[in-house]
Design a binder for this molecule. Structure first.
Ligand code: GSH
Length: 219
């Protein structure tokens, strides 16, 4: 069987989601780095892989899937152990809802192309971009904290890791990078700390990847 290829970038939070799932499930993969700041996502070769010009993209032989949430579901269906979605349909839908809060509302506002547009078309400097991100993400984290109050055990939904945690931890990493104040979210911070102790999260961490620049790398 051919090895799976993951097109990704160390600091991309959506790539980080997929790396966590692959390490958690023990799926070997080839790490193909796409340097977003060098605009490699818009190269003709990469656009053949993902016409949308975004990472992550997963290649399994002739099959290519982009969008991290469908990739997570594909991995869960092809490698069911350990599961990352609950079996019960209601609980499963709630985990998906939590993921979508992050995926469709919180993550897009800090995407590179959005920030580049704000800078080139509207003159945003770094402080203005960080203000923009906080403006949208604080209400997002506020909702996630409320959901966690209702549903969390050790992790976001009960005591088993799910896709909710796999989306949350990269979102928190990205938010901290842009100086979003996360101090008002004690449950989310506690879950984040717990996850950082788990091997799959350590291995997937943006600052420990092959394309992590040396000056950012952590042990
Ligand atoms: N909803 C997509 C979002 C993918 C996405 O936005 N990827 C970012 C990196 S986190 C990207 O490739 N951005 C390229 C750009 O902005 O030019 C997913 O979940 O995979």
């Amino acid at each position: 069987m051919e090895k799976l290829v993951l097109y990704n970038y160390f600091r991309s939070s959506t790539s980080y989601r997929v790396r966590i799932a692959m390490h958690l499930k023990g799926i070997p993969f080839e790490y193909r780095a796409i340097h977003l700041l060098k605009q490699e996502q818009h190269s003709p070769e990469f656009l053949k892989v993902n016409p949308q010009g975004e990472v992550p993209a997963l290649k399994n032989g002739d099959l290519v899937i982009s969008q991290s949430l469908p990739i997570l579901e594909y991995l869960d269906e092809t490698h069911p152990t350990p599961p990352i979605y609950p079996k019960n349909p209601g609980e499963r839908a709630q985990v998906r809802q939590f993921c979508e809060n992050i995926n469709s509302y919180m993550h897009p506002v800090c995407n590179l192309k959005i920030l580049q547009y704000l800078e080139t078309q509207h003159g945003y400097d770094l402080a203005a971009k960080e203000g923009w991100i906080s403006n949208w993400q604080i209400p997002g984290f506020t909702a996630l904290e409320k959901l966690a109050e209702q549903h969390a055990g050790r992790f976001c939904y009960g005591d088993e890791l799910t896709a909710a945690d796999i989306c949350l931890i990269p979102m928190m990493f990205s938010a901290r990078r842009f100086h979003v104040d996360l101090s008002a979210f004690p449950i989310l911070n506690r879950i984040d700390q717990d996850c950082q102790e788990i091997e799959a999260f350590k291995e997937s961490h943006p600052l420990r990847q092959v394309d992590t620049p040396d000056d950012l790398r952590i042990p």
